[in-house]
Ligand binder design. Structure first.
Ligand SMILES: NC(=O)c1ccc[n+]([C@@H]2O[C@H](COP(=O)([O-])OP(=O)(O)OC[C@H]3O[C@@H](n4cnc5c(N)ncnc54)[C@H](O)[C@@H]3O)[C@@H](O)[C@H]2O)c1
Ligand SMILES: N[C@H](CO)Cc1c[nH]c[nH+]1
Ligand SMILES: [Zn+2]
Length: 441
């Protein structure tokens, strides 16, 4: 990790050290992904087979996972992992059940009632990353809120492993979430199939889930086409920023940094500390711990574009974090909660030394699908609301239209929209006639 002193850098250098690695060659990525999407649109299942052979080095006899294969996961797994998956599901369920929105009903003036209702999105595509690490936890993060929201059709797509199969943990997580439509396809081609449909995959209305830069780019492209599909958010390569003061435990800080560095070569982890001594201690710990990881090679690649930034104060550390807008923000300082009001842009915040980012990844209950690339400035953590759409209802009585009708007519006239004005005028005239017993002309 490169160590830099924030105050020794000018503005453009500060921006440069906070740049995301995955956005390096976006024009090339965009062209590659649009070719993949075009291929899937034109030849459907054949394209999925060809692209899987090309990018996953697999010849697939069939795309859909059978019900027997889903059910077999029950016997393929030991009790310990099945219990862990169930515990995580329960935790996620509790936090997302609490997000169920009540119907809002307000009488804005006598006789004018306004309501806000929610409805589930009918069909949803759930993309589960599977390139270097298949993520059963992501099945729970997507399927649990989709089920609570009441979505009717849940379609799961994930790349097959080297053995041409979907990992038992993913099949099991899908099974306990009552998902029976699983396709063995990954990458941009999976997103294209979900968005446009193929001979064997029926299209969905909205696509959810994280993925590498190909997946994320594909989601963005299909969401810009009205014949494509809506998406949850750009949830790309994992990121974490840790704010640590001199009291933080370097062993904890290093473990948290590495937990995200091990996701992928294009992951990025950043330590921001107001203590040069802490910076050194954490770096030494990172070097010690990374050497012990099975995914050492991936983590080391991620560390090569990761940073240790030394600031003059905690306030400046917060400024750096707000500027970077991380997917995950871990605060390991004394009285971490007191900093919360100043933390502006982060997908999920972890306060204090006993709140590792892994807790949110698996089992605290919060959702681990989060915006990356700085999109936490405007996008939110995945939540129940993303699986629903909101619509309003209004009901006006005679008293209600009489009260606000004149204002509506004035506003319509100001916009030169006479038909709008007339829709109110005819009603007010009708009511006036009624009140005079029909004697008015
Ligand atoms: N932001 C979040 O909420 C969040 C959550 C979990 C995981 N993630 C991120 O998801 C990502 C998962 O990435 P992954 O690669 O392991 O799995 P993935 O499933 O996203 O992508 C694998 C697929 O990419 C395609 N692919 C690979 N190389 C390609 C190439 N050169 N050209 C075109 N397509 C290619 C292949 O078809 C492969 O099946 C990681 O970056 C991880 O950090 C993010
Ligand atoms: N940290 C990832 C989101 O960036 C989510 C995840 C799943 N499994 C482990 N981690
Ligand atoms: Zn993670």
């Amino acid at each position: 990790m490169q160590t830099l002193v924030w105050n020794a850098l000018d503005n453009s250098q500060q921006n440069a050290i906070l740049a995301r690695p995955a956005l390096g060659d976006s024009a090339k990525l965009s062209a590659l992904v649009s070719d993949i999407i075009a291929q899937v649109k034109s030849t459907g299942d054949d394209a999925l087979r060809e692209l899987t052979a090309k990018f996953d080095q697999l010849e697939l006899p069939h795309l859909q996972v059978s019900q027997a294969e889903i059910d077999a996961s029950e016997d393929e797994l030991g009790d310990e992992i099945k219990q862990a998956i169930k515990l995580a599901k329960d935790q996620i369920d509790k936090f997302h059940q609490a997000q169920v929105a009540p119907v809002i009903k307000v009488e804005t003036s006598p006789g004018v009632v306004c309501e806000l209702h929610t409805q589930p999105i009918e069909s949803v595509g759930l993309y589960i990353p599977g390139g270097t690490a298949p993520l059963p936890s992501t099945v729970l993060m997507l399927a649990t809120p989709a089920r609570i929201a009441g979505c009717k059709r849940l379609v799961l797509a994930t790349p097959p492993g080297k053995d041409g199969k979907i990992k038992a943990e993913i099949r099991y997580a899908a099974k306990i979430c009552q998902i029976d439509e699983i396709y063995m396809v990954g990458g941009a081609q999976a997103i294209a199939a979900l968005a446009y449909g193929t001979q064997s995959i029926q299209k969905v209305l909205k696509i959810f889930g994280p993925g590498n830069s190909f997946v994320t780019e594909a989601k963005q492209q299909v969401s810009q086409d009205h014949q494509g599909a809506s998406i949850d958010m750009p949830a790309g390569p994992s990121e974490v920023l840790v704010i640590a003061d001199e009291n933080a435990n370097p062993e904890f800080v290093a473990a948290d940094l590495l937990s995200q560095a091990e996701h992928g070569r294009d992951s990025q982890v950043i330590l921001v500390t107001n203590s040069a001594k802490q910076a050194k201690a954490c770096e030494a710990e990172v070097n010690r711990q990374v050497a012990l990881l099975p995914r050492q090679e991936i983590a080391t690649a991620a560390l090569s574009h990761s940073r240790v930034i030394i600031t003059e104060s905690i306030e400046q550390s917060i400024k750096v974090s707000n500027q970077y807008a991380p997917e995950h923000l871990i605060v390991q300082t004394q009285n971490a909660r007191a900093l919360l009001p100043q933390l502006e842009n982060a997908g999920s915040i972890f306060l204090g030394e006993y709140s590792p980012e892994s807790a949110g990844d698996y089992a605290s209950g919060t959702n681990h699908v989060l915006p990356t690339y700085g999109y936490t400035r405007t996008y939110s953590s995945l939540s129940l609301a993303d699986f629903t759409k909101r619509y309003t209802v209004q009901e006006l009585t005679a008293q209600g239209i009489q009260a606000i009708g004149p204002a509506i007519m004035n506003l319509a006239a100001a916009e030169s929209l006479d038909a709008h004005k007339n829709a109110v005028a005819v009603r007010l005239q009708h009511l006036a006639k009624q009140s005079t017993g029909g004697t008015q002309s």
